[in-house]
Design a protein. Structure first.
Length: 188
């Protein structure tokens, strides 16, 4: 996975959520404890954190910084922040050699950070759309790519359903409900 995949995931988030900027973003985001607003701010934070990791290339921990969205920020402002942070990550991915390694619970290559960014964006867009009552399903080709990179042991099936199941957001016939999961971003 690469920066183009991150750009596509963020563009999809913007496409589906921008028309609903005037909705009540204080609602709970799907099954999360967070509001839709907080969940979108979390996406921005993670995209920025992944870009920072690639820029600094720490080998043992996350950088000691956090993105904090102002409480007065509108949903539009938070979505613009997500778009900016997504662009920062895609830019860092384009500037990073395939041999670059940075910390995400072990040495992680650029494709791992791209997959992490796409996963965060898609799964939390799903959470927000549930909270706002918007019918939406993430693109199956992006879900398939995330599954291949971050969940190599996931069962076969519809990639959207399998990714939602793998991240505790859905049921998958013949499999117990997932209540915790580990992403395989670090490379061996």
């Amino acid at each position: 996975m690469d920066g183009d995949d991150v750009e596509q995931a963020v563009a999809e988030m913007m496409r589906i959520l921008t028309p609903h900027e005037s909705a009540d973003w204080g609602r709970r985001a799907g099954t999360l404890e967070w509001s839709c607003w907080t969940t979108a701010a979390h996406v921005a934070h993670d995209l920025l954190a992944y870009a920072g990791q690639l820029a600094a290339r720490p080998d043992h921990a996350y950088l000691p910084c956090d993105l904090v969205a102002r409480e007065s920020a509108s949903p539009r402002d938070v979505l613009r922040t997500v778009a900016g942070c997504g662009r920062l990550l895609s830019t860092m991915l384009a500037a990073s050699a395939p041999t670059t390694r940075a910390w995400h619970w072990g040495p992680t290559d650029p494709s791992g950070f791209a997959a992490l960014g796409v996963n965060e964006t898609l799964m939390h867009t799903h959470d927000i759309t549930q909270g706002l009552g918007i019918g939406w399903s993430p693109p199956d080709w992006l879900c398939r790519a995330v599954l291949a990179r971050l969940f190599p042991g996931a069962p076969a099936g519809d990639p959207v359903e399998v990714l939602l199941w793998s991240t505790g957001r859905g049921d998958l016939p013949g499999h117990p409900r997932v209540t915790s999961w580990v992403l395989k971003a670090a490379i061996d």
